[in-house]
Design a protein around this ligand. Structure first.
Ligand code: ADP
Ligand code: MG
Length: 337
């Protein structure tokens, strides 16, 4: 699903490579932690995976594609199969929860009917069914990150990349986010999560790839549980089948004395298989045309707009444009002027 072969990355104007001959392979269904101190190269790795940047040398395959062979014009299509989550959430502040999630689908031309079904499903899955009409500033940090995760998975990506998704959250809230990511992974989505919180990762007993100054110093493939393992969610009255000893994960995500924050009960697990089908490595379909976006935007009146009536008000760059000289082609899904 992801293969790095002798990948090096040296940024212009620097003397040491950010990544130095990095080799690894991640298979479908895995949950992989990418760990290492700040500056060790984690974000660089993730940026290369989404072709936001190019390696200085080496080759990268993601979802069956050699990224070196994907033209700038096709990058947006390639990225439709990826979900990305960041430490700082990156929600659109003047859009409701519903519209933040719907936006991704509108941009790729999904019908209004599809959006009206898919968005409530995914909001329910992340435990935010009742908050569709809230604005980001009306939510806690953990809730905002759930919205960001909902947005990342609403198009059923085969691969979810998360760069320090719990970096801004307190331990109990982080545990809730981790539980959610575990559930998404249990539904078949491959997850790569960068974090510098090594202690907590060790308790999760998942595969760990550790970077130090751009070099892999640890790759524990068999650190614990199979990727089909899933855990009971705090507060939920349903559990899904587990395939291993879950006590360590349960301990890892359980609030500890002194933790602050609330783990919001996730209302149902029924949505998981519906939302997250099993994915095969797929050939990217670049034949679809992107539906024309409205040329003019109006800002929806606050505070309680009907989500269905809100036009697309801005192109949200979930993934920043590739920083290359020929990136102009990407404008087909770029900001609408
Ligand atoms: P991490 O995410 O593990 O903190 P990064 O991948 O962000 O690490 O950074 C790895 C190294 O590359 C660091 O030394 C950082 O300063 C450098 N670096 C990252 N991005 C750039 C850039 N755009 N230009 C120059 N140096 C960069
Ligand atoms: Mg980083």
């Amino acid at each position: 699903m992801i293969r790095f072969e002798k990948v090096s990355k040296q940024y212009r104007g620097t003397t040491r490579p950010a990544l130095d001959a990095v080799d690894f392979e991640i298979n479908r269904g895995e949950f992989v932690f990418l760990v290492g101190q700040s500056g060790s190269g984690k974000s660089s790795c993730l940026r290369l995976m989404i072709k936001e940047d190019r390696p200085s040398s080496g080759s990268i395959h993601v979802l069956g594609q050699d990224l070196g062979n994907i033209s700038s014009r096709k990058i947006p299509f390639f990225r439709r199969n990826l979900g990305v989550v960041f430490q700082d959430f990156r929600l659109l502040p003047n859009k409701t929860v519903f519209d933040n999630v719907a936006f991704t689908l509108q941009v790729i031309g999904k019908s209004r009917g599809f959006i009206q079904e898919a968005v409530p499903d995914v909001l329910q899955m992340v435990g935010l069914a009742g908050k569709a009409n809230r604005y980001p500033h009306e939510l806690s940090g953990g809730e905002q990150q759930r919205v960001a995760i909902a947005r990342a998975i609403v198009n059923k990506p085969a691969l979810l990349l998360a760069d320090e998704p719990t970096g801004n959250l307190d331990p109990a809230t982080s545990a809730g986010i981790m539980a959610l990511l575990e559930r998404i992974n249990a539904g078949g989505t491959t997850i790569v999560m960068a974090t510098h919180a090594a202690d907590f990762v060790d308790r999760m007993q998942r595969r760990v790839i550790e970077l130090q100054q751009g070099v892999i110093v640890r790759d524990e493939k068999d650190a614990g549980y199979g990727h089909t393992a899933a855990m009971p969610i705090a507060g939920a009255d349903t559990t899904i089948k587990d395939t291993g000893d879950l006590s360590k994960i349960r301990d890892a995500i359980a609030p500890k004395p002194g933790d602050t924050g609330v783990i919001e009960p996730l209302t149902t697990l029924d949505a998981v298989p519906a939302m997250l089908d099993t994915f095969e490595d797929q050939t990217i379909d670049d034949t679809q045309e992107i539906e024309k976006l409205p040329p003019e935007f109006t800002t929806a009146p606050a505070p309680e707009p009907n989500p269905a009536d809100i036009p697309i008000t801005a192109r949200f760059n979930i993934i920043p444009q590739e920083r290359t000289d020929d990136g102009a082609d990407d404008q087909e899904v770029g900001p609408v002027q």
